[in-house]
Design a protein around this ligand. Structure first.
Ligand code: HEC
Length: 331
């Protein structure tokens, strides 16, 4: 006769898995901490939040009572079976049951059964002369197997046919939380025009500025800045001059919009772009205007609009310092 798994072993194990399952289906609303220590803290907070609810505690109490009942029934079954054993077997059984459960478990994992035990479970097919050792599957294995099937069915029904997990709602909530963090970061780290630096020589800033330009500006200025609805940004003609230096002029127009034409909207004021993004996109426009060849009308560019501003023409700082020089030089 097999030894029974003692209640002090299986009751806590089952209770722990029930606690895990209840935690799994209980959403919580706190920000996760990073790293392994964060994982432990999160789990503890999750546990506390889950079991601050009386429904969860109620489920646990009912589960515990049922487990105690199952354990009691097992004991009765065990004593009934025990009575049917021969005196020798009874004695063996008592000796075995006095041994520590865990050392017994450890031993049984490496030991094969005795010859008598083997004789009892051997199946003789007869017709083919092949014998089969009909070992019972371990209880824990069966529990995992049937538990897996039940889990699979519940999961499929819950996620496939009901709005149990509310993924869209969860996404919105998470998104809002992330946006809050982004807003805080922007409030703490963003720059204004005074803090902006012309990064037209920094390849990474240019790359990022280019991305923003293609996403937000290309619709009106075309991807290469040659102009369409908005003016050609590659030539030396400018409609607006609100700042002394070209870079800050671009920054100003992108942040505050054009004072003359509302189509060029105030990307900064409207919160569409942060100061940091404007710094990069302005650097990119400056780069296009100063470092790349202008796109003339014959090449598909828009006709010049506004005034020719000689001190902003190609040649960069040197030209700005010495106006009217190198007006039409091309790099
Ligand atoms: C909806 C169309 C539109 C979009 C989108 C747009 N612009 Fe403009 N932009 C214009 C128009 C129109 C003007 C001309 C304004 C005026 O006449 O004062 C302009 C003017 C400008 C100027 C000043 C040019 C000058 O000659 O004074 C700059 C610099 C500029 N845009 C950069 C950008 C950047 C950078 C973006 C993207 C973040 C952008 N624009 C997005 C339409 C647009």
């Amino acid at each position: 006769m097999k030894q029974r798994t003692p209640g002090r072993v299986f009751i806590p194990l089952v209770m722990i898995s029930i606690i895990g399952m209840i935690m799994m289906v209980t959403p919580v609303g706190f920000d996760r901490n990073p790293g392994f220590v964060g994982f432990i803290q999160d789990s503890w907070n999750h546990f506390k939040e889950t079991f601050s609810d009386w429904v969860a505690i109620g489920i646990l109490i009912i589960a515990l009572i049922m487990l105690l009942i199952v354990n009691a029934i097992n004991k009765v079954v065990e004593s009934q079976k025990f009575k049917k054993l021969s005196p020798v077997q009874q004695e063996q059984y008592v000796v075995m049951s006095k041994q520590n459960y865990f050392s017994r478990l450890l031993r049984s994992s490496s030991e094969r059964q005795s010859d008598e035990e083997e004789q009892a479970i051997i199946l003789d097919h007869g017709f083919d002369g092949i014998k089969e050792l009909d070992n019972a599957l371990p209880q824990w294995w069966l529990a995992l197997f049937y538990g897996g099937i039940v889990y699979c069915v519940v999961y499929l029904l819950a996620y496939g046919f009901t709005d149990f997990a509310k993924p869209y709602e969860e996404y919105e909530v998470d998104n809002a939380r992330q946006q809050e963090l982004v807003d805080i970061w922007i409030a703490e780290n963003d720059i204004s025009m005074e803090g902006a630096v012309n990064k037209y020589t920094d390849p990474q800033a240019i790359e990022e500025g280019k991305k923003t330009f293609e996403q937000l500006c290309a619709t009106c200025h075309t991807a290469n800045g040659a102009g369409g609805i908005g003016p050609n940004l590659t030539d030396d003609y400018w409609i607006n001059k609100t700042q002394d230096s070209l870079f800050y002029n671009i920054y100003d127009i992108v942040y505050n919009g054009s004072p003359k034409n509302a189509q060029m909207r105030a990307f900064g004021q409207r919160g569409e772009l942060t100061g940091l993004s404007i710094e990069k996109v302005a650097s990119y426009v400056y780069y296009m205007n100063q470092e790349l060849a202008p796109i003339t009308e014959s090449e598909g560019g828009a006709a010049p609009q506004g005034e020719l501003i000689a001190e902003w023409s190609r040649g960069g700082a040197a030209a700005e310092a010495a106006p009217a020089a190198k007006t039409d030089s091309i790099k």
